[in-house]
Design a protein around this ligand. Sequence first.
Ligand code: HEM
Length: 602
Amino acid sequence: MNIDLPFVGRVHDIPSKASWLKFYDWSKTYGPIYQTKIFGAVHVWISSEMIAHDLLSKRAIIYSDRPMIPNLPDNRTSGDYLALLGRTETWKRQRKLCSHLMHASALSSLHSYPKRERNRFLCLMWRDPSKYVEWIEQFTSRTVSRLSWGTTHPAHMLRHTTFGLLETISPSGALPNIVAFLRHLPACLSPWKQKERARHELEDRLFRANVDFVGHRMAGQRAEPSFIRTFLESKQSTDEKERAKWGETDEAMHVVGLMAIAGALTIGSPIQSYLLAMCHYPEWQRKLQEEIDTALDGRCPEWEDREQLPTLRAVVKEVIRWRPPVPTGIPHAIEKDDIYNGYFIPAGATIHALEWGITRDEQMYPDAENFNPRRWLDPSFPTFREPLTQYPNLNGFSQFGFGRRTCQGIPVVEQDLFLTMGGMAWAFDVRKKRDARTGGEVPVHWNDYTPLLIAKPAPFPFDAVPRSRDKMLAMRAMYDEAAHDHELEAEDADEYEYDLFSDLGTLKFGQDANGVEIGAEQTEDIGGDDDDVDSDHDVLINVRDSSPEPDLSSRDSCSELEELESDKEDVIIMPLLDEKMQYAKIEPVVTVLDVPGAWRWA
Ligand code: HEM
């Protein structure tokens, strides 16, 4: 006889914040697979990697569909978002194209875009670490804009539309995703529909403008490499088969758009979690620095150095395990009734590989709450794998999903994280701030994360102190390169239709997933409020010394500068990160219709 899975909980038992902790708690009582019913819909929760593989990979034929998202009801069929499509012919075609475009770019080491943006990112972190969320979001959106369309121009707008989409699809982001019947309200009565429609229209215009831009640049032989250029080149082939192979431009526009969305949304989470980990586990920062300093003789890590830096790869992987970026996973849907170990799983149920629970499995990850990269480096741990020139790496890691729906962005994630985490370890001592009055450490939260589908740490204070004068000089050179890059970009600014968006005026995307206002920096100097500096030069004083005393962090105040006048040895001049380093000027699409209760930021 088949029996139902353990049945747990009611909707009001599920907290709106960090719901994954509750689902994980239940797994400790009811086992690694159980079900919940929310407004009549069956949800199955899996907290074991083995069970997730048994069902989602080995029985992929019936477990590869996606559920309908009440607040985006055509997600399974519309073809706009590959990751949300049902198991349809459109999904198969789009997945193949995505894989082809990613593969082509990965073969060229992603055209070194992550490195260029990483260098710019380090300068900004040096300039003002307190704005780390903004700098990280700029890094991810600019890198993926380059990869997608060969330019950073769309990065700012991409952030607006993408964070809006995250709200639209997240259970804690829009009420109809929980109270499903609200989706039947007509648009005139549904603030959610109105807002999503306006967001979608803006996104569509953005993606079309980007494809036009690349086509235009290709006509002048001036297009930088990108996913969309690879596609458009296949359209120009003399071979008819090749021209037809990858489908229509409209569809490719959406596939590349989804890749950009995925890159802009997700990668900031582990970069921020790295900073959190370094505040709590300084010993791992020291180990990382030792490895980098010894292997690279003082040089900043580059992607080509990865074989020599297993500790850095272990830190990357452990950050993702310790604080999974998609803690509840992206749900699958089952198409036919199934039985697993005697338990009945009904057709149509939503299946969640609970990534948070999977990474807490003590069999596989002993002392799972502890951040311990050694588990990837030491043969006494079950997760160890040789050779260390190759492992650990992110291929096949549970945090990127299962079966036919696994993530296709791993080459980008791997390179972005290796370079940013390695770059920060090379450049800075990240550490808790000290209270100027008491000298005590300013506390940093342990696990306070945002509630949307992609979880990011709530803002926290820390210092990022450059480790030596040599490193500051190297970062100064990085700044020059980044400024030069910007000049080149400015040259093609006229070809990109900025004012395309100026007439929309019906949207307000206030905050990003951290609750931080998106692009708050855009209307001001990117270097922050430097009222106290009246020349076009700002000075960063930032040298490590042997004293454990704090306050080696960046300072701008005039009095502090004067104080340090006498110690010019330790002063490196850094131009203000003025307009040169800003996004090209897209006026933010601002205001209007702040629909009451439309989207919730918990
Ligand atoms: C830290 C960063 C990222 C994480 C943790 C992550 C994680 C995931 C997860 C859990 C899934 C769902 C897998 C499943 O349903 O079993 C997924 C799907 C996907 N990801 Fe990622 N991802 C990341 C970054 C990226 C990037 C940068 C791209 C592209 C540039 C990307 C492209 C995709 C695509 C296309 C899918 C959908 C696959 C499908 O439905 O067939 N991801 N990702």
